[in-house]
Design a protein around this ligand. Structure first.
Ligand code: CA
Length: 263
């Protein structure tokens, strides 16, 4: 997990990738990209107009309160079943959403501030996730907010109220896991073996990542990151093959879990 800044850093996302995305007029209130003609993620941008940003404190060693929005307080029951399914919201299940959201968090500021808390760390991603994925670690599109947590005005209202009370807000940006849209043939619902040459992928449904592309093309050479052994020495020879897939995803292995794609 990585923390970022105190302000609305998600608006400043620069995502290296490909193809088209697009401002979606059907997603008004949830679009983070406000550039309506952008087709490249590097051209995405967003702005909180007439807003004065809050600088980070000199020292982050202040009392923090960490929470998962869905498991905290439900301030707006109308977004609990945002997709209109029967399998995303169930207060009695630990596998589905409970309904917490940013307005519920804001409703709880008296309680949080009363404990002397000076910063809130919201665990999980604020981006649109699979309907049942309450923890926020299965984003499907890093330009859209999750309907279940509230729209951008709700977020801004909550953050403004936090700042008014002298409380910092830290958002999580875990970009290395994505929602479960791709799989490997023969292993769609189970863990696959480790395969250094990497598996072929298939899409599980018609839904796509707009800004990240898998590939079955095998490159002759691959620039691997630096690896370290158990004693801390740099590994110069890996057991992985010399080549790798021309993919923005790691296709070496998939773990059977709600989050299966790794960038
Ligand atoms: Ca709710």
């Amino acid at each position: 997990m990585t923390a970022s800044h105190t302000w609305w850093v998600v608006l400043l996302l620069l995502i290296p990738a490909v193809t088209t995305l697009r401002y979606d007029p059907d997603q008004v209130g949830f679009n983070l990209n406000q550039n309506q003609t952008a087709t490249d993620p590097l051209d995405y941008w967003g702005e909180w107009e007439n807003h004065s940003y809050t600088a980070s404190p000199e020292n982050w060693r202040i009392p923090f309160y960490t929470l998962f929005l869905d498991r905290f307080v439900n301030g707006d029951p109308s977004n609990d079943d945002a997709n209109g399914t029967q399998f995303e919201h169930d207060l009695l299940s630990n596998q589905l959403r409970h309904g917490g959201d940013v307005l519920g968090l804001m409703d709880s500021f008296d309680y949080i501030q009363g404990m002397g808390i000076q910063a809130i760390y919201i665990a999980g991603m604020p981006h649109i996730n699979q309907p049942w994925a309450s923890d926020g670690f299965s984003p499907l599109d890093l330009t859209l907010l999750d309907y279940h947590f509230g729209n951008i005005d709700d977020w801004r209202t909550m953050i403004s109220e936090a700042h008014r009370r002298g409380i910092y807000v830290v958002l999580e940006n875990t970009m290395s896991t994505m929602g479960d849209l791709i799989g490997f043939p023969g292993f769609l619902n189970t863990s696959s073996p480790l395969y250094p040459e990497e598996h072929d992928y298939i899409w599980k449904s018609t839904r796509r990542y707009h800004d990240f592309q898998p590939s079955n093309t095998l490159l002759d050479q691959c620039d691997y990151p630096r690896f370290w052994d158990d004693l801390g020495y740099n590994v110069t020879q890996t057991t992985l093959g010399p080549g790798c897939r021309d993919s923005e995803f790691d296709q070496v292995r998939v773990h059977a879990s709600p989050v299966s794609a790794t960038l």
